[in-house]
Design a protein around this ligand. Structure first.
Ligand code: FES
Length: 161
């Protein structure tokens, strides 16, 4: 029997990143300007706060075939909208339970706190997340959908300015 590493050889996971404007989005920008390299598997969709995320965005991302959804925002205590990220943390916990009930691996949803000055942390998180997703393999919903590259148009019905 082939181990998961062998079975998923050549598989490059597609990661949908739903990130806060004030922290992680700026952190990704910082990683770029500092030339910190991280796996190119990430497609970012920016929201003003992680608490802006309707949980259905995460489900929709998986339904459309993203192999993993990274939700990332300000560290606890640093949210620009007071306690938005605490609400997000609770929602992510429930979402992981929900997708597990639906037969998906809970690792397909990941929550991280990455500030604007932590471009290198974003790189480390992405390296680790891509490895985790490579081990668990492609999203089984991916094959049932023609499209698996999800963007803000899919989530919000239009491109964000
Ligand atoms: Fe960044 Fe709320 S403003 S998580």
């Amino acid at each position: 029997m082939k181990d998961s590493k062998e079975k998923n050889a050549g598989f490059e996971p597609y990661v949908l990143g739903l990130v806060c404007n004030w922290c992680t989005y700026a952190g990704a920008d910082m990683a770029g300007t500092s030339r910190i390299q991280y796996p190119p598997n990430l497609r970012l969709v920016r929201v003003m706060c992680t608490s802006r995320l309707d949980p259905t965005f995460v489900i929709r991302g998986l339904e459309l075939g993203a192999d993993g959804v990274l939700v990332s925002g300000c560290h606890p205590g640093d949210c620009h909208y007071v306690n938005g990220n605490y609400k997000t943390e609770r929602r992510m916990y429930l979402l992981r339970e929900l997708i597990q009930q639906a037969g998906l691996e809970p690792e397909r949803i990941r929550l991280e706190w990455i500030s604007a000055s932590e471009g290198s942390k974003l790189a480390e998180v992405m390296k680790d997340y891509v490895n985790v997703l490579k081990k668990i393999g492609p999203n089984p919903l991916r094959n049932s959908r023609e499209k698996h590259h999800v963007d803000e148009k899919d989530l919000f019905g239009k491109e964000l300015k």
